[in-house]
Design a protein around this ligand. Sequence first.
Ligand SMILES: NC(=O)c1ccc[n+]([C@@H]2O[C@H](COP(=O)([O-])OP(=O)(O)OC[C@H]3O[C@@H](n4cnc5c(N)ncnc54)[C@H](O)[C@@H]3O)[C@@H](O)[C@H]2O)c1
Ligand SMILES: N[C@@H](CCO)C(=O)O
Length: 593
Amino acid sequence: MKPQSMKSGAPPLCVLKFGSSVLQCDADYDAAAQEVFRHVRRGEKVIAVVSALAGETDALLAQGELVGGNGATPHAAMMARLARVGELRSAALMGLALGRVGVRTAVLDPHEIGLEAEGDPLDANLCGLDNAAVAEALSCHEVLAVPGFTAVHARFGAVTLGRGGTDLTAVFFAARCGAARVRLIKDVDGVYAEDPAENPQAERYAELDYDAAADVSAGLIQPKAIAAAKAANLVIEIAAMGAGEATRICAAPARKAPARPVRRLRVALLGCGAVGAGVLAHLRSRPDLFELNPVLVRRPEARAHQDGVRFTDELGLALSGKPDLVVELLGGADHPAEIMARALSGGAHVVTANKAALARHYDALHAATREGAARLAFSAAVGGGTPILEALEQRGGHNGPVRIEGVMNGTANFLLDRLAAGDAFDDAVKEAQRLGFAEADPAADVDGHDAADKLSLLIRAAFGKAVDPAGIPKDSLAQADPAAVKAARADGLVFKQIGVCELSADGQVKAEVRVRAVPAQHPLAGARNEENRFILTCADHSVQTLCGKGAGRWPTAAAVFADIMDIHRGLSEPEKMEFAASEPSRAPALLRA
Ligand SMILES: NC(=O)c1ccc[n+]([C@@H]2O[C@H](COP(=O)([O-])OP(=O)(O)OC[C@H]3O[C@@H](n4cnc5c(N)ncnc54)[C@H](O)[C@@H]3O)[C@@H](O)[C@H]2O)c1
Ligand SMILES: N[C@@H](CCO)C(=O)O
């Protein structure tokens, strides 16, 4: 296979393959989306190659056998058409799961990207890909989700690539598109000398060469995929969902990985509202990694029983037993800041989405991280599921950002959209509250305070300067005339709440939150509903635009949980830190003492 790199200067491309061993039920698409999001927030573009849900291909083949076999030999090409249905469905489900998080995703079937195969209809080999179609999809989406296992055949139409063929699809995409990484995600954390299900003492490889991998990984990796990787001199990683470490299959002698028991972190979750409930669901999906303290809520008696989850209204109980990690999702500013500072100086790591507390108590919280040698992570505090803080970290240093302009409050954007559609202001506010976008006091959204808090965090991250959010001039949406907002459409204008901050050559920072009409072609004009959009301008005049869902349970919980997983990986897998150093930068909001 001849690699054809994506355009130079483009973000690194990563191919992730999700096999049936990690797609056991519908809820697993959520975990897979979280895994994809982890790479997206590092600034990578992702091709997600998916298998069918576990058991689905067998069920389809059995059905085909019953209908077309039954004493006769079923028609191979017909069987291939039937067998691929599970993957087509799975790619669409993956797209839906990513859409919930707010990651811009294209789902394309083989005929839409010229993915061609030749040979036996049930055991075909890949031979062609329309690189331009892939590049186009990735130019306006962060993720391209494609079905594995199936391709287009000149004679038979649709064919399949043999059992385990999704591995081959992933390797083929990586080789043809010049991916920086191809990771096959399995239900084991790498390749072992023997099947660890049969021998729990079996040793895991850190690295091994293609031929040795083909010998020991029968049943785990499709042999055709290993051969294709060898021919393309491509490193394949075999890893578990959420893991940092992987077995690397490459042209290197075999090397075993040191045994490293996975550490379960004790987590104190404070707050179980719009965001907290989403984070609780994520934490509960990984009982192997997290042990939950009683969750802090206002009315524990009103909580429906959830297996294994206890609720409390006592802060002391929620923080009992020296938790490793405190997740603060209460809202408010001063009280949560006090709780976080105490936890940090006591050595617990903290993850929060609370921009109000961070903007007001930034220095005190950072002093506490140093005191307790703990980490404070807050990716969700700006942009919700839009990784703007990560992008700033990645673009830091010489020629870093000098101007940031954006739609950074999802509720305000939602309200302006509703006004433009003719809805009444109060009804629109109620709807934003129902959807979990608005702050406990929606005046924070309406009057620009929330956007000002976010600007102050962006200014810290981009320019390293302290700006009091109270001193940032702001317009209130309440002053916008609903009739004018609605009428603007006819003139090709769209009203937006826009936050801007700019660093001048003499080191001064200017910031403001304005409600103004912009032309429909303006890059911020297209932000719909709770979407956030940011335009970063760097000192070298390069411009980057980021989009995503800026508010709501799932996008925000995804960012919070991604911070939690980063902390877990950092604590459990020291080797990962070395590994990460050669990768694009990690979450910026992850501060280390
Ligand atoms: N909702 C979003 O889209 C979003 C996005 C990004 C950041 N955030 C931030 O995340 C945090 C949580 O937001 P949310 O939307 O989930 O708010 P929410 O009001 O839905 O949830 C907060 C929960 O904490 C509980 N709580 C507050 N104080 C408490 C106390 N002293 N004891 C026990 N329970 C208490 C509340 O009863 C509520 O259930 C806020 O800081 C918010 O600014 C929210
Ligand atoms: N209320 C905030 C939540 C996300 O920070 C918003 O609507 O943007």
